[in-house]
Design a protein around this ligand. Structure first.
Ligand SMILES: [Zn+2]
Ligand SMILES: [Zn+2]
Length: 810
């Protein structure tokens, strides 16, 4: 503004060129500029170009100053201003302010994330005097579908699934009027010209609901749900299956038919008041629920009013979201909370196609609320949880993708590259113009349809973002389908392939999202997850890595324990429990001291000889230094989830759910199980040794200590030893200063709120700077971002052609 003030001294008329960067395209930014400029009586124009929005304004110095201040103060709801640059302009200006055509052929409007219905549209659909009264597909520049309907670029109606709907005269008028909220809203529609909802029976029979008793098809859905039916609903980014969440019988039926034994169902409630009957909603949780992204938010279900246990078996949290579209808002009006779970069978991806819905969902739901706007791209509901005071995204899809994430200082000139992500909860990540574009959650690639979808999305993103990678980055795991595909492509193109170690990528993702510069000193990455390919031929999953974007050094780990049966040991927690007890105390000590336990009787009848032989011979029994597997073993010992995990992380989630919070807040010696930190004999690597914990825990079982107290002791002990390990590693052996002062926390185990908050609290008590995930998941969905940063660092250094080499100590 100094330039402006200087000019102000000498002129009555100034002309300025104002460049705005950030998320400013496809979100109604130009009309906002137009409106403000007109209100202030400025001359000039505004346009989109490849850098964002460019405004040229002329008027009195005071008015121009006001203009800039108001742009900063009142951007449209979906916009995000990263930077405003002002310079003098000496060209000609149109005297009447106008919206100009976009500059240059390659300028295109960015695809924004889908956004939940805005307050203005929500008001219109309940107002009988508005022409969109009760219209299920109302939207405007501030809300509605984006990524879920786009088929190509540029982002305009012709390239979306709205193309078959010719605008009526009234809609066209709004679309062309810069003063209207729907100026250039590509998905604009109304009763006359837009998509319609219709209720069908999935078994092919004619619908027989009583039309006289209902206002319309959307009302009929409400009636059906209330009567105990399961209804398939075609939503924004996919089909949902909906039923009355207060009706235990129908929720159990949905579980049976969907073949989903235990994974919690998402819920939708008409407003915050309904949610508050079941859950505590803090300020940050409320802010997240009502945001334009409107994710599912995991909330403590600690109120007197309860939903049936079938909704989220064995958990103390419920995942609620608010209505995301007018369709959902109309259905939910005056209703009790409904289960709103993804429309699929078991582990398949969410159905997006009408025919697939008939074929796949017909056995689950008799009725389906369909509509004739196609879903171009599957975009699942996002999931968030507030931990340590901030909302953390656990699943990043609807409402967040494909918004770019700025890369930290030092990455500005990275060549374009593509990081292929992991295997479970897969995503991929494009690097372009100093930004990372992380795809929406794709799911588990071992599912054939998910992998097809992943490949389709790779092609879509390449087109949407004009992306031509100069290199590929993949995980080092030989069997990950994403890594195999990367190797295929790298060979066929050909392109250099950079491989990133799994846990190094986790740390890099955490550094990148916290804007840690490329050349910053290394931080200690504490990565706690299930399994990832280690650099020493074993499986890693509880790692202490001194790392920057370029290198890492493995300083410590959890004690490696065999997983008898490999993948089977992941599904069946008792196998991990047995392997842990044998690795620690052996059968002799266990049977001598703990023969009275139910656990002893249980393990006695298992095929121990076979497992022992497998572990001894190293057959299908990889050693894993995994924190996730330790959680499984402890949950199995407490008999919370011993036979089989119905979903990844179930055992750990159940263990977290029962923690005695009072015990957790105490700080005496009794309150935590003991662990030790010896050196691993063969590698000299410091490791977390759980033998003392197991003795104490089994002793507690003998004493019939309440399980919630034991769960608290385990969480507390684990947090304490992790921080003790950190302190030990920070201390230089040569007596110099601390080796690091920044800690980056990553890995799926940090979705455990109790473990995460306790570790953060203890580390901050020790004056460490703690970095953690918020906009990118801590789990494997964040891997692609870390891979992208590692790959970019490598290319910026102009490094060797093919291989990125990390170091492993010992
Ligand atoms: Zn709207
Ligand atoms: Zn219309």
């Amino acid at each position: 503004m100094t330039l402006l003030q200087a000019v102000r001294q000498e002129a009555q008329f100034v002309a300025m060129e104002i460049r705005v960067r950030g998320r400013v395209q496809g979100v109604g930014f130009r009309p906002t500029v137009w409106r403000i400029a007109r209100e202030l009586g400025l001359a000039g124009e505004v346009l989109n170009d490849c850098e964002g929005v460019l405004a040229r304004v002329g008027g009195s110095p005071g008015a121009v100053e006001d203009f800039i201040a108001r742009l900063e103060r009142e951007p449209p709801p979906l916009a995000r201003i990263d930077e405003i640059e002002v310079r003098a302009f000496d060209g000609a200006l149109p005297s009447e302010f106008r919206i100009a055509e976009s500059l240059a052929g390659d300028a295109h409007t960015e695809v924004a994330p889908d956004a939940a219905i805005c307050a203005a549209c929500a008001q219109e659909i309940v107002d009988p005097f508005q022409r969109r009264f009760r219209y299920p597909f109302a939207n405007c520049t501030h809300c509605g579908p984006r990524l879920s309907i786009v088929k190509g670029i540029p982002y305009d109606r012709a390239n979306t699934t709205m193309s078959p709907f010719a605008m009526c005269e009234a809609c066209e008028g709004e679309y062309r009027n810069p003063a209207d909220r729907r100026f250039h809203a590509e998905a604009i529609a109304c009763h006359v010209c837009g998509p319609r909802a219709r209720l069908i029976r999935l078994d092919g029979r004619a619908t027989s609901f009583d039309r006289h008793s209902t206002l319309d098809e959307v009302d009929a859905v409400r009636g059906l749900i209330t009567k105990g039916e399961i209804v398939a609903i075609k939503g924004l980014g996919g089909f949902h299956l909906a039923c009355d969440a207060t009706n235990a019988e129908v929720v159990a039926r949905l579980r049976r038919l969907k073949r989903r034994d235990a994974k919690p169902f998402a819920l939708m409630a008409r407003d915050l008041d309904v949610i508050r009957r079941y859950c505590t909603v803090g300020a940050e949780e409320e802010r997240t629920l009502v945001s334009a992204a409107a994710p599912i938010v995991l909330l403590a279900a600690d109120k007197a009013e309860r939903l049936p246990d079938e909704v989220a078996p064995g958990l103390a949290t419920l995942g609620f979201m608010l209505p995301t579209t007018p369709l959902h808002l109309l259905i939910l009006a005056r209703m009790e909370p409904v289960v709103m779970t993804s429309g699929n069978v078991s582990e398949e991806p969410q159905v997006i196609d009408d025919d697939a819905a008939r074929a796949r969902l017909g056995e689950i739901a008799t009725y389906a609320l369909m509509h004739d706007r196609k879903i171009a791209n599957r975009v699942d509901d996002s999931v968030a949880r507030v931990m340590a005071g901030r909302a953390r995204i656990l699943r990043r899809a609807r409402g967040f993708a494909p918004a770019p994430i700025a890369l930290p200082p030092g990455f500005e000139n990275s060549p374009e590259l593509l990081a292929m992500g992991g295997e479970l909860k897969a995503t991929f990540c494009l690097v372009k113009d100093g930004e990372a574009i992380l795809s929406q959650h794709q799911g588990d690639l071992e599912n054939v349809e998910t992998f097809d979808d992943y490949r389709k999305n790779l092609a879509l993103y390449a087109e949407l973002f004009h992306h031509a990678p100069r290199a590929l980055v993949a995980d080092r795991h030989p069997e990950y389908l994403s890594a195999k595909l990367a190797r295929e492509w790298a060979q066929a193109q050909p392109l250099p392939l950079i491989d990133a170690q799994h846990h190094h990528a986790h740390v890099a993702a955490c550094l990148a999202e916290n804007n840690i510069p490329l050349d910053a000193p290394p931080a200690l990455g504490i990565v706690l997850d299930g399994l990832g390919w280690g650099d020493d031929g074993t499986v890693w999953g509880g790692e202490f890595l001194l790392a920057d974007y370029r290198h890492f050094e493995r300083l410590g780990a959890f004690k490696p324990v065999a997983m008898p049966g490999g993948a089977q040991a992941v599904r069946e927690p008792w196998r991990n429990l047995y392997a842990h007890l044998m690795a620690e105390m052996g059968w002799a000590e266990f049977s001598m001291n703990f023969a009275e336990l139910e656990l002893f009787a249980d393990l006695l009848r298992r095929p121990r000889a076979t497992l022992d032989a497998m572990v001894r011979a190293g057959v299908n029994s990889p050693k894993a230094s995994s924190c996730g597997r330790l959680f499984d073993a402890v949950a199995a010992a407490l008999n919370l989830c011993r036979e089989r995990q119905a979903y990844e992380g179930e055992a750990a989630a159940r263990l977290e759910a029962i923690v005695d919070l009072d015990a957790m807040s105490r700080d005496d010696e009794e309150s935590a199980y003991p662990f030790a930190i010896p050196n691993l004999r063969d590698t000299c690597l410091l490791h977390i040794e759980p033998l003392a914990m197991w003795r104490a825990l089994l002793g507690d079982l003998v004493l019939k200590t309440p399980a919630p107290l034991m769960a608290a002791r385990f969480h507390k002990g684990l947090a304490k030893i992790i921080v003790a390990m950190t302190r030990k590693l920070a201390h230089r052996e040569d007596g110099g200063g601390a080796r690091f002062d920044t800690i980056a926390l990553s890995g799926g185990c940090f979705q455990n709120r109790i473990l995460f908050e306790e570790i953060v609290r203890l580390l901050e008590q020790d004056n460490f700077t703690v970095l953690s995930h918020a906009q990118v998941p801590a789990n494997d969905a964040g891997l692609a971002l870390g891979q992208a940063a590692i790959g970019a660092a490598h290319l910026i250094d102009g490094g060797a052609k093919n291989r990125y080499a990390g170091r492993t100590k010992g």
